[in-house]
Design a protein. Structure first.
Lengths: 720, 149
């Protein structure tokens, strides 16, 4: 085994982020070959063909329900020309990836990146494997490779009528040099990708066999329950272990870093009972007096502050506003929100002096591994992370704070696997929350009602400042301007307005901000799309016509498709009203048209038509489900999502105080998937941003009431 | 010691009698298909059948179900043959992450037993399980499909 170079966690993390699809990080390898459990040699890193013709495709982007396992396998299989019915998948570990110089590239499913940022190299992986299999057959038959074709796992030499299967030549293929020139298929000719085959993992999910992190069972395993300081930035002053050491099943009471305490016991219930009975004295730290009101005041000041980071500047917005015939202003506010993944945070760690292994439901196995290495005190080759299934992720599981805790506890229980499970209460109060922001919109109109200038001032938290300050750009967080920049493949401001200024007064709070499905696009879309609607009404223009004049063509195309399918402009049932919105984010163009009614102040969302142009659609059936699911996530946030702060701590502790949407509130969702094959956009997140503003605009149409502070449960919808 | 009858088998478990059934099923009996989501009867992830009735096992002390017939997600298929709700779930590809789906399937299986042809209104009032992935539309379609099967 070669020595690993000294492992620097931060540069590794940055490298992981920056590397995207690159394979170039220069770590030395250590000898153990990945997937050593099976003697079958791989054709290449992506493809193993067994003698019985079964195919194993390696997928390294976690599937937390969004379907990347199936989608990425489709892309490999498409180029491999294999029999789809013989495909299974496996997930290499980040340790194996590291050992092989990151042959599989990045292993994260975050930022709606899983498919789009690896599609090219996984397709090439499939194509290269096919070329090697075909070459091996040609060699055996001693015929020119150009005369040999592959389809459905069968290799054919038409001239001689010879046929063989992938399984029969796989061993010989594995010994060949990989091809240098690879030509990929035109996606318009796809036969497996672009279709909607059954996903791999459904049966296990309805029989209780899908093994989530929380289901990890290891011989000799013990359980841990943790309490971390209720106020972020505080720490443990002292705790009295003697009070709980005699309780049923308790094995040990341990400090978890400086900020938490855990109880280890024979069952989770016993661990939890003792952990919550344990007297802990906290030093709540400097933020103990922070409240929702003090945060709101702090953000409000930012709305008019002189200094702000500029994310988009075209023309001279100040001058345009000063010279406008008419000025329209509105101020909005968006709260903290918790991801509330259905499966609470958890991880199982085994630490000995020789190795540290962690089983974790992680969206980013490499970040988890980096955390294990940093925390375990062991060299990188002695550490690894086994990614389990994930009960939701939504951005929360890109962080590794729970992995760190599990390792800290396991280090104090050498040789015993420790399963750490957060209670829902711990999960609700120790999140990296959806950032809190306020926004002031100001528009100038000329005497004909044309928009001549727009100033959008966002005041509030930066996710990057919270989670990865080294990635700030001269103090600025470019991610704040998601969907708002002048031009970006990730998503640009969709409106043609001659003078625009969009800026951000960064106002960070003591609560950690984090990536929350849809991220900054969620509030940005609400601000822009509500305000555009306000302008349409102020100028007595139909909201669709108003947008038609201003929106860029690709953006208007999705909006118009959603509106047409929803029957926009046609008569609706009595009391029903439409609302529109659209956004360009995570590389995709998305839109929604909502149909609502408000009766005696009670909102009913009847239907939403969503449209998305993600460039390429690998599995349209899964995209439809992602869109519907993202609407539920976005509407839960709009209706109920709010974490408030009192004495520095988050007040909501469970689903009784942090409500979410249930089946009875589910609107009918129709989805238009309209890829134009011109780019690769994301799927899991972009449409979430379209749902809330469409509903808000429909509420205005129904009631004449413009809601500008969220969530809706705090607002009266009785007609204005 | 408590004696439990889970999926037709008898288990002797040595736990505090106040322990919620959920944790006994998961950690003592060793069946992990029943999930923890909230612990306060809000989310439905932990739904099992006690004498055929859908029950949120996080909020039932084990002492209260001794000797009763308990069925978990692992016990509703006959061998490899899925029950009609599970089958409708597979055919309609309901699950996304899957974490809530054990509880959904258990709740719906019990619903269809007492109400074989539920209306949308019946479904709204009886299936209150939380799904953070937002599979509600597929859940509703699959319930109707199972009712027709
Ligand atoms: S865990 Fe029992 S209802 Fe949520
Ligand atoms: S499928 Fe993920 S919570 Fe329901």
């Amino acid at each position: 085994m070669n020595d690993m170079p000294k492992f620097d966690r931060r540069s590794f993390l940055v490298g992981v982020t920056a590397a995207g699809g690159g394979f170039s990080l220069g770590f030395n390898t250590f000898a153990s070959d990945a997937m050593a459990a099976d003697a079958t040699p791989e054709v290449n890193a992506w493809v193993v063909v067994k003698p019985d013709d079964s195919i194993v495709i390696r997928v390294v982007r976690p599937d937390m329900g969004q379907g990347s396992r199936t989608g990425l396998a489709q892309l490999v299989a498409e180029e491999l020309e294999c029999d789809w019915n013989k495909v299974t998948t496996e997930y290499p570990t980040p340790g194996q990836n590291l050992a092989r110089k990151r042959v599989w590239g990045a292993m994260n499913s975050t930022g709606s990146q899983a498919i789009r940022s690896s599609q090219e190299y996984v397709r090439k992986g499939g194509a290269a494997a096919r070329m090697m299999l075909v070459q091996a057959a040609a060699n055996e038959w001693k015929v020119p490779v150009e005369e040999v074709t592959a389809a459905n796992s069968v290799i054919t030499h038409k001239k001689s009528g010879k046929k063989t299967t992938f399984g029969k030549v796989a061993e010989a293929a594995a010994k060949l040099e990989p091809p240098k020139e690879i030509t990929l298929k035109n996606p318009k000719d796809w036969k497996i990708a672009g279709k909607s085959p059954k996903r791999f993992d459904t049966r296990n999910k309805v029989t209780g066999k899908h093994m989530f992190g929380i289901d990890t069972v290891l011989p000799g395993m013990v359980f841990a329950s943790v309490r971390d300081c209720p106020v972020n930035g505080g720490k443990v002053k002292s705790f009295d272990a003697s009070k709980v050491e005699g309780m049923r099943g308790v094995k040990k009471v341990v400090a978890v870093g400086e900020t938490g305490v855990a109880v280890v016991a024979d069952t989770f219930w016993n661990a939890k009972q003792a952990c919550y009975a344990l007297p802990i004295e906290w030093d709540f730290g400097p933020s103990v007096n922070v409240s929702s009101a003090s945060i709101a005041d702090y953000l409000k000041e930012g709305l008019t502050a002189e200094k702000a980071f500029i994310g988009n500047k075209q023309g001279d917005a100040d001058a345009a506003l000063a010279g406008a015939a008419r000025k329209i202003e509105a101020t909005y506010a968006y709260p903290f929100q918790n991801h509330a993944c259905m499966e609470p945070m958890n991880a199982t760690a085994l630490w000995t002096e020789n190795e540290c292994k962690v089983w974790a439901p992680t969206q980013n196995a490499e970040a988890a591994l980096a955390e294990v290495i940093a925390t375990s005190g062991l060299p990188a080759p002695k550490c690894d992370v086994i990614k389990t299934e994930l009960g939701g992720g939504f951005g929360r599981r890109g962080r590794a704070d729970f992995v760190r805790q599990a390792v800290l506890i396991a280090k104090q229980m050498p040789g015993a696997p420790v399963k750490l499970i957060w209670t829902r209460e711990e999960d609700m109060t120790h999140c990296s929350y959806h950032p809190i922001t306020q926004c002031k919109m100001t528009a100038g109109l000329d005497d004909k009602g044309n928009v001549t200038g727009l100033h959008m001032r966002i005041s509030g938290q930066s996710i990057i400042a919270s989670l990865a300050p080294e990635r700030l750009d001269n103090g600025m967080d470019p991610a704040t301007f998601q969907g708002l920049t002048a031009s970006s493949p990730e998503g640009a401001f969709g409106y043609n307005i001659p003078n625009v200024l969009i800026d951000h007064a960064m106002r960070n709070t003591h609560l950690t901000a984090g990536f929350w499905r849809g991220v900054n696009a969620n509030h940005n879309a609400i601000y822009v799309e509500s305000f555009i609607d306000e302008l349409a009404h102020a100028t007595q223009t139909d909201p669709l016509e108003f947008r038609r004049k201003l929106l860029k063509p690709k953006q208007f195309a999705v909006l118009n498709a959603a509106a047409q399918k929803a029957g926009y402009g046609k008569p609706l049932p009595k009391g029903h009203f439409h609302g529109l919105s659209s956004m360009n984010t995570f590389g995709s163009y998305v839109a929604a048209c909502a149909e609502v009614s408000v009766e005696n102040g009670n909102l009913r969302i009847h239907r939403i038509v969503g449209a998305t142009n993600p460039g390429h659609a690998v599995h349209p059936g899964m995209i439809e489900r992602q869109v519907a699911g993202s609407f539920v996530y976005g509407l839960s946030a709009l209706l109920y999502g709010e974490c408030t702060v009192k004495n520095g701590a988050v007040e909501q502790t469970n689903f009784d105080s942090y409500n979410v949407m249930r089946l009875d509130e589910m609107p009918k969702v129709d989805v238009i998937v309209m890829p134009d094959f011109e780019f690769w956009g994301g799927v899991g997140e972009p449409t979430i941003s379209a749902a809330a503003p469409a509903v808000l605009n429909a509420i205005f149409a129904a009631t004449g009431k413009r809601i500008r502070t969220f969530p809706l449960m705090n607002q009266s919808l009785t007609s204005a | 010691m408590a004696t439990l009858n889970v999926n037709g088998k008898t288990y002797q478990v040595d736990v505090d009698p106040r322990t919620p059934l959920l944790w006994v099923i998961r950690d003592s009996v060793g069946l992990t298909g029943t999930k923890y989501g909230c612990g306060i009867a809000q989310c439905g992830c932990c739904t099992v059948h006690v004498e055929g009735v859908a029950t949120r096992s996080c909020s039932v002390p084990v002492s209260s179900v001794q000797g009763k017939k308990i069925t978990t997600i692992e016990g509703i298929a006959s061998g490899d043959v899925l029950n009609k709700v599970q089958k409708a779930w597979v055919d309609n590809e309901v699950p996304q992450c899957g974490y809530c789906q054990s509880g959904m399937v258990m709740a719906v299986t019990a619903l269809l037993k007492s109400n074989p042809k539920p209306t949308d209104e019946d479904i709204n009032s009886s299936i209150t399980n939380i799904c953070r992935c937002g599979t509600y539309q597929q859940v509703r379609e699959a319930i109707h499909a199972a009712a027709k099967a």
